[in-house]
Write a protein that binds this ligand. Structure first.
Ligand SMILES: [Zn+2]
Length: 588
């Protein structure tokens, strides 16, 4: 395995600041307990690092032939790119790989242990770390269902503990308060009653996930009944309740598919849903969801009309509903852990989910073959990422290359994901192509720099189109970034002045050109600070002071400290009676 991680790659994954600090961390030996495990298609590195807001942070990085596959750290850093701790860990790995102790994978560690031994082990672990209890409690319903024999979408008999009465009362209480306006709502945020109703919807879905479809059916049906009972679109002018109604329909259809209803209960439920659909407020767009529920009741797991031969029998909306029913069936089978039934159904109706399931259960060659039938960019991206995760980097790259040409959403994201992988394989021409596609979708200075770096002698031919693209954008940020990158100070100044209402742009250019165009900086900065001071609002003084700071630096650059001193002294005298301003310009 050729894991060729370079310092350049590490640098590109982090901001300049994170990279510098990461170097310091690495050099001062802040990383400890470094270890490596071999995984499918790569290695996983773990370590701890000394921290500032906690005694230590835990780090985990996955590497494969494409470079860094994933990286995580428990520190609070959240400002884009890798944090300094990850930088330090990666630097340690490329410089001192021998420091990383070799670890067996969890799979290897547990191999050969019998059930009793495993249970005893888990008990001891929970005793030592009580937090593990919560993780176990959450994971066990799904594990239990996965362990059950496949039941091809029919009912699991069990007596549910969910009470219809209690749920109905609770929902009614929330709705009454909502319509009376008893909830305190902050402007622009989700109203409290919508969150409370969302919690009930969430509870219904949890029952579904835990295998109690009877309980889920009660909760979701009652929720839908009560929500639609007195629905009034005038009261629900934001459409918040309409959203909850819409969101309830798919899980309710899945609950119906997961239980075995006797004929009487089936007909009663069908009638209820028919009535809801007929009496629904005309303003609400929940027809699709309700039609889906009715379709689930009508067809259950029976064969659906054939889209090829019976296309003309029904309208387009109806085919869409039947497609949603197929998705609902897949969700049920996925939840029940019935991979064979899932694959049989998905093979005919959903290539993406079919392929992802094959990957999930380790049938990778079949997955790669199936991925050839994918048709749009976002599906190709989803599958390519999974293929990389399971160690099939080359197949992932091949699929992503095709995905670039398919059309659909996520083209920009796919291209940016693919480009560094192509580069890691030494295929700079393909990396360049991917970056050009990404730039065309959404121009950014970082992408511009990659294209410049990779295009070699062709740069002169490529550059004009990139500048033209950035010029056409409403926001001139990228264009200014490009001019600054190219040290074309006068063009940057021209754009910033044309867009002078955009203060960020003006500040950015002023900061960048102090060493090269100090006269301009002095002129524009004085104008800005004068305007701000004139407004006599103390909240503007800090901004004025920042402009004055630029004036000072520009004078210094010109070797005219005395001129600056005269100016600031004069300013202090003029505004002697403005203490708030004086405070801000104190240190200048
Ligand atoms: Zn960190």
């Amino acid at each position: 395995m050729n894991l060729q991680l370079t310092e350049k790659q590490i640098r590109e994954r982090a901001s300049d600041q994170s990279f510098r600090k990461g170097q310091d961390y690495y050099e001062s030996g802040a990383i400890y307990n470094p270890a490596r495990q071999s995984t499918s298609g790569g290695v996983t590195l773990t370590a701890q690092c000394e921290g500032s807001s906690a005694p230590s942070y835990r780090l985990q990085v996955e590497l494969d032939e494409g470079g860094v596959r994933s990286a995580s750290c428990t520190c609070p850093y959240d400002w884009g790119g890798d944090c300094k701790h990850i930088v330090a860990l990666l630097l340690m790995y490329i410089n001192e790989p021998g420091e990383f102790s070799e670890q067996e994978s969890v799979n290897e560690l547990l191999a050969g242990l019998e059930k009793d031994a495993l249970v005893a082990l888990i008990l001891r672990l929970v005793e030592r770390d009580p937090d593990l209890y919560d993780a176990l409690e959450l994971a066990i319903p799904a594990a239990k269902i996965a362990a059950q024999p496949p039941s091809s979408g029919t009912a699991r008999k069990r007596q549910t503990q969910v009470s219809e009465e209690t749920n109905r009362k609770q929902i009614n209480r929330i709705l009454k308060q909502a319509y009376r306006g008893d909830y305190y709502d902050e402007w622009g945020s989700t109203p409290g009653y919508v969150e409370d109703l969302g919690d009930i919807l969430g509870t219904g879905m949890k029952f579904l996930d835990a295998g109690d479809a009877e309980g889920a059916l009660i909760i979701l049906r009652v929720l839908l009944e009560e929500l639609t009972e007195d629905y009034d679109s005038n009261m629900d002018y934001d459409g918040d309740l309409a959203c909850v109604i819409q969101d309830t329909c798919l899980p309710l259809a899945e609950a119906i598919l997961s239980v075995e209803l006797d004929p009487g209960a089936h007909d009663e439920l069908e009638e209820t849903m028919q009535n809801i659909l007929e009496n629904l407020d005309e303003m609400i767009e929940a027809d699709d969801g309700l039609e889906l529920i009715l379709a689930a009741l009508e067809y259950g797991w029976n064969e659906l009309p054939d889209e090829e031969t019976e296309w003309e029998e029904y309208d387009e909306d109806y085919w869409m509903i039947l497609n949603q029913l197929k998705q609902a069936r897949l969700n049920v089978l996925a939840r029940q852990g019935d991979s064979d039934a899932f694959l049989r159904l998905a093979e005919k109706s959903d290539t993406k989910r079919y392929t992802l399931k094959l990957i999930e259960i380790g049938r990778l060659d079949e997955a790669v073959e199936a991925s050839e039938k994918l048709e749009n960019t976002s599906d190709a991206f989803a599958v390519a990422q999974k293929l990389r995760e399971v160690g099939r980097l080359k197949d992932a790259i091949a699929l992503a290359e095709k995905g670039l040409e398919m059309g659909g959403y996520y083209l920009n994201q796919l291209a940016l994901w693919l480009a560094p992988l192509e580069e890691s394989q030494g295929r700079n021409d393909k990396a360049l192509l991917a970056y050009r596609i990404a730039y065309n979708e959404s121009p950014k200075i970082e992408i511009y720099c990659h294209i410049k770096r990779l295009s070699g002698t062709n740069w002169e031919n490529l550059q004009p189109a990139l500048i033209k693209k950035a010029s056409a954008l409403y926001s001139k940020d990228v264009l200014v970034d490009i001019y600054l990158e190219e040290k074309d100070w006068d063009s940057a100044i021209r754009v910033a002045e044309q867009d002078s209402w955009s203060f960020n742009l003006l500040e950015k250019v002023a900061d960048a050109v102090i060493p090269y165009r100090p006269d301009w900086v002095i002129r524009v900065s004085l104008k800005q600070s004068d305007d701000l001071i004139e407004k006599t609002q103390s909240k503007l003084y800090p901004i004025a002071a920042r402009w004055l700071e630029r004036v000072k630096r520009a004078y210094r650059k010109k070797g005219q400290d005395a001129e600056w001193q005269a100016y600031i002294d004069n300013l202090r005298t003029t505004y002697a009676r403005r203490p708030a301003l004086q405070r801000e310009i104190q240190g200048l």
